[in-house]
Ligand binder design. Structure first.
Ligand code: GDP
Length: 418
């Protein structure tokens, strides 16, 4: 049983056969599992939304620990930043022998000002800096242990207004959606009724469609079982997730102890799908699709950023996103990247040099002008003095003529009289 497979344009013979005896590679998933346990995992999530929307509570609810103290406790109001700040906090978590280093990036100050223009800027800059750091690490000689600090998901908290998205939401999501896996959630959804949530979700989805904002959707594969397909569809149908966060336990009227929020009219349960979409968010972010979020970040979002960046630097890229890593190509890329860096540095140095020369010339020209001006002034002074002296001289001379005629006439008078 041989199959002709077209690979890179050339046909190869691939033999398809079910093995009859034990060979051993069926153990690969177990080896993979052991390796992952040994290495542990990391996951970086960013939460964006104005203060008071329950971001800290949501993160603490997701990871079931007060990783991130509520803002009210965290910071006295005098400390509130004047611009959007970026704060990251990491924790090493362990569950069933699996280690996870979780990093939560918070954006205090976002949406809190009268003028929220450019509120997206520090957020996008932070995401890009993380891509740049990864790109740089990849281009180093030693790339053995690259720490992946890229943002794998952004939870975007929408205020439970019940209207539609605000211009700020649309602006920020437009700037973010091609750089991160965007997961919009309706924060504090317990303040809306079920009908309000349905209508609000529909309007948000229409807004997102209209503005062509891409959201993270769990990719579907051919090998997915019907069950998995169904689960993925059900998760996607709930986006934007209506969220209720609560870290403390309360007792329901029927005597169960649950994580939830207690109201005079009853209890809103966090872990109950009839009450909110918290479990769906947890499925997507933590339980089922964390690896896919990371994969999508690495293979699509980061690759797009990387090739756009290299193209901008004048290095043309293979169009295929999933291209094989060929060492010569990689070396060539690194060389080209280095060359581009050198050229850029050279250009910068040349620019600085030219600027310095221009400044010096300007200064020389200025002192030359000053010298000319002084020279002219001195010349004018001298001319003036000369003119004055000449005037005096002619005065004296005319005085002398007057004196001599007087003398003459005086002498004459004397002789007449005598
Ligand atoms: P942050 O500033 O966005 O981090 O918000 P916090 O997590 O500090 O929460 C602000 C306030 O909202 C606190 O009093 C929380 O108890 C409350 N809160 C958090 N999540 C929810 C929620 O899902 N529903 C309601 N009604 N209140 C919430």
């Amino acid at each position: 049983d041989t199959v002709d497979v077209l690979q890179n344009g050339s046909a190869t013979n691939v033999i398809r056969r079910k093995l009859t005896g034990f060979v051993g590679f069926s153990n690969l998933p177990i080896q993979w599992h052991r390796k992952s346990i040994r290495n542990g995992f990391n996951f970086n999530v960013m939460v964006v939304g104005e203060s008071g929307l329950g971001k800290s509570t949501l993160i603490s609810t997701l990871f079931n620990m007060p990783l991130y103290p509520p803002r009210s406790e965290k910071r006295p109001s005098a400390d509130i930043p004047k611009t959007v700040a970026i704060q990251s906090i990491s924790a090493d978590l362990e569950e069933g022998g699996v280690k996870l280093r979780l990093t939560v990036v918070d954006t205090p100050g976002f949406g809190d000002f009268v003028n929220n223009e450019d509120a997206w800027l520090p957020i996008v800059e932070n995401i890009e800096q993380r891509f740049d750091a990864y790109l740089e690490a990849e281009n180093k000689v030693n790339r053995a242990n690259i720490v992946d600090n890229r943002i794998h998901a952004v939870i975007y908290c929408i205020a439970p207004t019940g209207h539609s998205l605000r211009p700020l939401d649309i602006e920020v999501m437009t700037k973010l959606h091609n750089k991160v896996n965007l997961i919009p959630v309706i924060a504090k959804s317990d303040i809306l009724t079920d009908e309000e949530i349905i209508a609000f979700k529909a309007r948000i989805r229409a807004d997102l469609d209209y503005h062509k904002i891409n959201l993270f959707e769990t990719p579907r594969y051919e090998v997915d079982s019907d069950e998995t397909m169904e689960e993925k569809t059900s998760i996607i149908s709930k986006i934007p997730f209506a969220i209720v966060g609560a870290t403390s336990e309360v007792t329901t009227p029927d005597g169960r102890v649950v994580r939830g929020r207690k109201y005079p009219w009853g209890v809103v349960e966090v872990d109950n799908e009839d009450h909110c979409d918290f479990l769906k968010l947890r499925d997507m972010l933590v339980k089922n699709y964390m690896e896919e979020l990371k994969e999508y970040t690495n293979e699509i979002l980061y690759e797009n950023y990387r090739s756009a960046k290299l193209t901008a630097m004048g290095i043309s890229q293979d169009q295929s996103v999933f291209k094989e890593v060929n060492p010569t190509v990689r070396q060539e890329e690194e060389r080209a990247l280095h060359q581009a860096k050198l050229l850029k540095m050279e250009a910068e140095m040349r620019m600085v040099f030219q600027q310095k020369v221009a400044e010096k010339e300007q200064r020389l020209k200025q002192s030359e002008d000053e010298l000319f001006a002084r020279h002219r002034e001195m010349k004018e002074n001298l001319d003036k003095q000369r003119r004055e002296l000449e005037a005096k001289k002619s005065q004296i001379e005319s005085g002398r003529i007057y004196m001599s005629t007087e003398e003459k006439s005086r002498k004459k008078g004397f002789s007449l009289r005598s």
